[in-house]
Design a protein around this ligand. Structure first.
Ligand SMILES: Cc1cc2nc3c(=O)[nH]c(=O)nc-3n(C[C@H](O)[C@H](O)[C@H](O)COP(=O)(O)O)c2cc1C
Length: 332
């Protein structure tokens, strides 16, 4: 067991093209406490774009349901919050996305370079909303001084209920390391819960991040792609969870970290993903299934060759069968 960390909620990070409804439900079954939709453009929600509304689809099994929205226009963000009231338990505002297609509209992390606008946006969203408004931000734009600490205090003052901080700047995108010390300063400066994000990949890094930041929760992104079981693994290695995960129960409680066992847990998770994906997408499955299939097979022997073969496979049911066979063959 690693360290003596007290349990805190584990969040599945919002990830565009990854955290679809089926994957969020699966992550919950695998021990994630809180899930958030991928970011959805407020501009598209307000013009009733069907694809964007599909991204904020909810299901009673996902409780609380937290859609995440982004945009550079305050009126559109407020209108979206209004439209989401009936279905959302909380609404998360994205001030962390570094993608140029988002930042060139001065949305996502670029808004950290316009602090007054960002704070006004949060204030107006809080004012219109009956449900709590939370924010996800980076440390700053990376041009000039980092301002996440100042912004955290200001968004708390106007009513944000929770703040998630990815310890990198916009300029860094994903380079360098997440600065957990900087997150600590924010934790110390505000009363609302602060969630630490960036570079948590296993129980060891989770325990270290918690020790350094003192955060109220941990959010895991890239390390959960293709590995939804990471939540249960972290919890059991930190002694936070005594129950056996389903894949271990099905396997007589055996948790030896061999390729065969990895294949057992991933096969279990893959089958469950396919079930959920079919269930929530009218029996047909989503276009994300191929991407998930590619991710699930990463880090396993023969995975690279298999992925080249899988790439040409576009039909959801064929992807399901191919990936399943890959895991079954690995157990032989
Ligand atoms: C493929 C991908 C898509 C992402 N999409 C979003 C998003 O829609 N909303 C958001 O707030 N962050 C998004 N992020 C950022 C993650 O939520 C997270 O902040 C970041 O990956 C750092 O955490 P990690 O080191 O655990 O991956 C995305 C990241 C990745 C890798």
């Amino acid at each position: 067991m690693v360290g003596e960390a007290e349990p805190v909620p584990l969040f599945l990070a919002p990830m565009s093209g990854v955290t679809d409804l089926a994957y969020r439900l699966l992550a919950r079954e695998c021990g994630a406490d809180i899930t958030i939709t991928e970011f959805t453009a407020a501009a598209a929600l307000t013009r009733q774009d069907a694809r964007s509304w599909h991204k904020v689809e909810c299901d009673p099994r996902e409780n609380p349901f937290i859609p995440q929205i982004f945009g550079g226009n305050i009126d559109e963000m407020v209108k979206s919050c209004d439209l989401l009231q009936e279905m959302a338990d909380m609404i998360d505002l994205n001030f962390g996305c570094p993608a140029p297609k988002v930042t060139r509209h001065c949305a996502g992390a670029a808004l950290m370079g316009k602090p007054d606008e960002l704070v006004e946006m949060v204030a107006q969203c809080v004012e219109i909303s009956q449900v709590p408004i939370t924010v996800k931000m980076r440390l700053g734009t990376g041009n000039g001084a980092t301002n996440a600490l100042e912004l955290a205090k200001r968004v708390e003052d106007v009513g944000a209920s929770r703040i998630c901080v990815h310890g990198r700047t916009l300029k860094q995108r994903y380079s360098g390391e997440s600065d957990w010390q900087a997150i600590r300063k924010i934790v110390n400066a505000v009363d609302v819960p602060v969630i630490a994000n960036g570079d948590i990949v296993d129980a060891d890094s989770a325990a270290r991040c918690l020790e350094i930041t003192g955060a109220a929760g941990l959010m895991i992104g890239r390390a959960a792609i293709g590995r939804p079981m990471i939540f249960h693994q972290i919890k059991s290695e930190l002694g936070w969870n005594n129950s056996l995960p389903q894949w271990m129960e099905d396997n007589g409680g055996d948790d030896v970290d061999t390729t065969a066992i990895k294949a057992v847990s991933r096969l279990w998770a893959w089958r469950r993903y396919v079930e959920l994906d079919s269930e929530v997408n009218d029996g047909k499955g989503s276009k994300n299934r191929l991407r998930h299939g590619l991710s699930f097979t990463k880090g396993l022997p023969g995975g690279k060759a298999f992925r080249i073969h899988l790439h040409g496979n576009r039909k959801a049911d064929e992807v399901a069968k191919s990936v399943e066979k890959f895991f079954i063959d690995l157990q032989q």
